[in-house]
Design a protein around this ligand. Structure first.
Ligand code: SF4
Ligand code: SF4
Length: 392
C-alpha cells in the first residue's frame, strides 16, 4: 500500500473552501486514475450517533458535500452509508440522516443515502481476530469505498480516526457485542485490521476530517486539518503524530506487525506549493486532551457483564444435526460433532459467539433456546436486594 499522505490547512467548513481543498487533495493523490465514470462509490461517513454537525461527533456535511461534488465531476455515483451504534432501521436512519446533515447533502448533490439494511458475511481465513465478518450488505453493491472519517478521542477506546471509522460497517446490533467479546485493545485493533483486509479490493481512499476534532470530555478543538491517503494506517499515523500519541502503542504498530505499514516510517508527506501547510509539525498540538483508552482489566470487566448475557444453548440430545445453524453463524462459532452413537450434533464455542441469535431464529426444529446464565440471575437478585435495603 502506498504511504503517501496529503494534508491541507482548512480553518472552516465554509463550502467553497472545503471544495477547493478536496480538489487539491484529490489532485495530490491522482484520484483521476482511480475514479471512472458511472463508478458506484460508497462514502463511509462517520455517523455513530444521531447528532448535529456542530457537536463534532460526525463527519461534517460540508466535507461530505465537497467530496461527493468532486467525485461527481469525475462521473462517479455516490451513496452515503454508516451504521450507528444504537439502531439500524429505516426510521432511525431517516432521523440520523436528517440530524447529521446528510439529507441536506443528498438534496444538494443528488447522491443517495443507504437504506439497504441487509447484512453480508465475508469469510476471512487469514483473519487474525476473526475468521468471518458480518458487514453492511451495501459493500457488495459498490465498485469502491471511500472512508470519510472524523477524528476524535473516545473515553473507552482512545484515539478514533480513519481505521476505526470502518467499524461502522459492522451492523449496529453487533458492534457492542463484538467489543464485549474482545479481551484487549490489541484484539480490537486486530479486528479493525481484519475489516481493512476484507475490504482491501475496494477501499481505495481514506480522508480524515480534523478541521474541528473532539478531545476527551467532548470538548471541541480546531485542528484546521483535512488529510487524505490511500493507506488507512498511514493516515492514522499522521493524525496520531499531530495529536502527540505514541505510534508504538497504537493500531499502527499492530498493522506494522502484520506487514501493512512500517511503524518506523509510516508515511511520506506530499509537499505542495505552500510547504508550510503540508508539514505534520505545522498542525501538531501539544495540549490535546486525551483519555487513557480502556485497559485490559476494564475489557475483562466488560467481558464479565458479557458473561451475564442471555445466550443460545443447544441441547445435543435434541439436535437433528441438520448443520443449518453452523452455516448461518457469522463467526463460525458452531461446530458439528459426532456423539457416541455416531449422530451429528451442533456445539457452540462461546468464545467466538457474538450473541446475534441467528442460530436461535434459524433452527428449523426450534432446538436453539435462549437462556440467561446464573451469573446474571445472581446479579439482578443482589441489585434488587440492595435497592430494597436502601428503601427501608
Ligand atoms: S448466537 Fe448463534 S449464530 Fe450468533 S454468533 Fe452465537 S452461535 Fe453463532
Ligand atoms: S439448526 Fe437446529 S437441528 Fe440443525 S444442527 Fe443446529 S441446532 Fe441442530
Amino acid at each position: 500500500m502506498e504511504n503517501l499522505v496529503s494534508l491541507k490547512y482548512l480553518d472552516s467548513y465554509e463550502y467553497e473552501k472545503v471544495r477547493k481543498s478536496v480538489q487539491e487533495l484529490f489532485a495530490d493523490l491522482h484520484i483521476e486514475q482511480i475514479i471512472k465514470p458511472k463508478m458506484k462509490v460508497l462514502i463511509k461517513v462517520c455517523l455513530p450517533y444521531s447528532s448535529a454537525p456542530d457537536q463534532a461527533i460526525t463527519t461534517h456535511p460540508a466535507i461530505v458535500r465537497g467530496v461527493v461534488d468532486v467525485l461527481s465531476e469525475f462521473g462517479a455515483k455516490c451513496i452515503l452509508a454508516d451504521s450507528p451504534y444504537d439502531k439500524y432501521t429505516t426510521s432511525h436512519m431517516e432521523k440520523v440522516y436528517i440530524n447529521t446533515g446528510m439529507l441536506e447533502v443528498a438534496n444538494f448533490t443528488k447522491c443517495k443515502l443507504n437504506y439497504n439494511l441487509k447484512t453480508t458475511t465475508i469469510d476471512l481465513p487469514n483473519g487474525v481476530e476473526t475468521k468471518s465478518l458480518t458487514l453492511l450488505d451495501i459493500v457488495n453493491d459498490v465498485d469502491i469505498i471511500i472512508n470519510l472519517a472524523k477524528v476524535k478521542i473516545d473515553k473507552r477506546l482512545g484515539y478514533l480516526g480513519a481505521t476505526s471509522n470502518l467499524y461502522g460497517l459492522v451492523p449496529a446490533e453487533m458492534k457492542t457485542l463484538i467489543l464485549n467479546r474482545l479481551d484487549t485493545l490489541k484484539d480490537y485493533y486486530n479486528y479493525l485490521i481484519d475489516i481493512v483486509s476484507a475490504l482491501s479490493d475496494k477501499l481505495v481512499l481514506n480522508i480524515a476530517d480534523a478541521v474541528v476534532a473532539l478531545e476527551a470530555g467532548e470538548s471541541q478543538r480546531m485542528l484546521s486539518c483535512l488529510s487524505i491517503s490511500k493507506n488507512v494506517f498511514s493516515l492514522d499515523a499522521v493524525m496520531l503524530d499531530i495529536l502527540g500519541l505514541n505510534l508504538n502503542e497504537s493500531i499502527v504498530k499492530v498493522a506494522s506487525d502484520r506487514g501493512l505499514v512500517d511503524v518506523d516510517n509510516p508515511y511520506s508527506i506530499e509537499e505542495g506549493e505552500s510547504v508550510e501547510q503540508y508539514r505534520v509539525e505545522n498542525f501538531a498540538v501539544y495540549d490535546y486532551k486525551l483519555t487513557q483508552p480502556i485497559n485490559k482489566n476494564r475489557f475483562k470487566q466488560r467481558q464479565y457483564f458479557n458473561s451475564c448475557q442471555q445466550r443460545p444453548v443447544i441441547d445435543a440430545n435434541k439436535c437433528k444435526g441438520c448443520t443449518i445453524c453452523s452455516e448461518i453463524c457469522p463467526t463460525n462459532a458452531i461446530m458439528m460433532k459426532y456423539d457416541k452413537s455416531g449422530e451429528l450434533y451442533a456445539e457452540i464455542d462461546y468464545k467466538k459467539c457474538i450473541f446475534c441469535n441467528r442460530c436461535h431464529t434459524g433452527c428449523p426444529y426450534s432446538i436453539v433456546e435462549l437462556k440467561t446464565p446464573m451469573g446474571y440471575k445472581k446479579l439482578t437478585k443482589s441489585i434488587s436486594k440492595y435497592n430494597k435495603e436502601k428503601q427501608s
